[in-house]
Write a protein that binds this ligand. Structure first.
Ligand SMILES: [Zn+2]
Length: 282
């Protein structure tokens, strides 16, 4: 198996009520970071899991109805916090990113796709089909959290379906998640479907990320402490999920892992505490 290193970068944030992410939370607005995974693969070089926010997000939400998105979820992105700037500080050029694994197509996960002209994209087929069908249906897309104009013009030529990769067994301790898609054919990066939040959300299991297992779980939950305690998102927040019943199933499965398996780093895309814990342990 190829060794893989994983960094977690914070690329902008939005503000929202804490109680939306987890029942029992406060009614005060708190910051939800947009996290993305920067991965170094010994053979395939630099790749990303999502991109977080980017300047393109503000351009895409300048007009109505898209402006509704950023009015509901106010976004901050400092210039030094932009992904391309953070990568440059690490000596990584935008052209060096060969692959972006897309967890799902909500605007806070894909706003930077246009910044990586050499990247191919990997996502679950159902989610790609869903977002491309929304092109031109601006109200419907916006109300679902999608901004199709964030996709590069040649997106369809560059995207491949994770579903077409060979299927591998996941470690038994990841039950109830049993199968993953072997994205590079070497077992190093396994795409794991996490149904419910979108029409095809793709988690990423890394068995050996600098010597420990990591599971990037995108928006299958929004707060790691709440997942550990079994506190679901608010009923209102559950409404934004594509399939509520399947979201609950996925959340419950992840909760079991969080309670049983201390060694795995469970990494939701918008949890400051998960981000801090991961950095403290690195
Ligand atoms: Zn998100």
């Amino acid at each position: 198996m190829s060794p893989v290193s994983l960094h977690l970068l914070r690329v902008g944030a939005c503000r929202h009520l804490e109680c939306m992410a987890a029942r029992g939370g406060s009614w005060s607005p708190v910051e939800f970071p947009a996290l993305c995974g920067l991965i170094r693969h010994s053979e395939h070089g630099w790749l990303l899991y999502d991109t977080g926010y980017a300047d393109h997000f503000f351009a895409a939400t300048d007009s109505w109805p898209e402006r509704l998105y950023r009015s509901a979820l106010p976004v901050t992105l400092a210039q030094e916090g932009a992904l391309k700037t953070q990568l440059a500080c690490l000596g990584i050029g935008q052209n060096d990113i060969g692959t972006v694994i897309v967890s799902h197509y909500h605007g806070d996960h894909i706003a930077g796709l246009k910044d990586f002209p050499n990247a191919r994209f990997i996502a679950l087929r159902a989610d790609t089909q869903h977002v491309t069908a929304l092109a031109g249906r601006r109200w419907r897309a916006t109300l679902g959290g999608y901004l199709p104009t964030l996709l590069p013009g040649d997106f369809l030529k560059r995207v491949t379906a994770a579903d077409d990769c060979p299927t591998r067994d996941l470690p038994t301790w990841l039950a109830p998640f049993e199968k993953g898609f072997d994205l590079f054919g070497d077992g190093s990066l396994l795409g794991v479907p996490l149904p419910g939040h979108s029409h095809g959300q793709l988690g990423l299991f890394i068995a050996d990320a600098d010597g420990r297992p990591a599971f990037l779980i995108a928006d299958a939950c929004w707060s790691l402490p709440a997942l550990r305690e079994g506190r679901m998102p608010s009923p209102l927040a559950l409404l934004v999920n594509a399939e509520r019943g399947r979201f609950v199933e996925t959340f419950t499965g992840l909760r079991g892992i969080a309670q049983r398996e201390c060694a795995v780093a469970l990494l939701p895309s918008h949890c400051s505490i998960a981000w801090q814990e991961f950095h403290d342990a690195s």
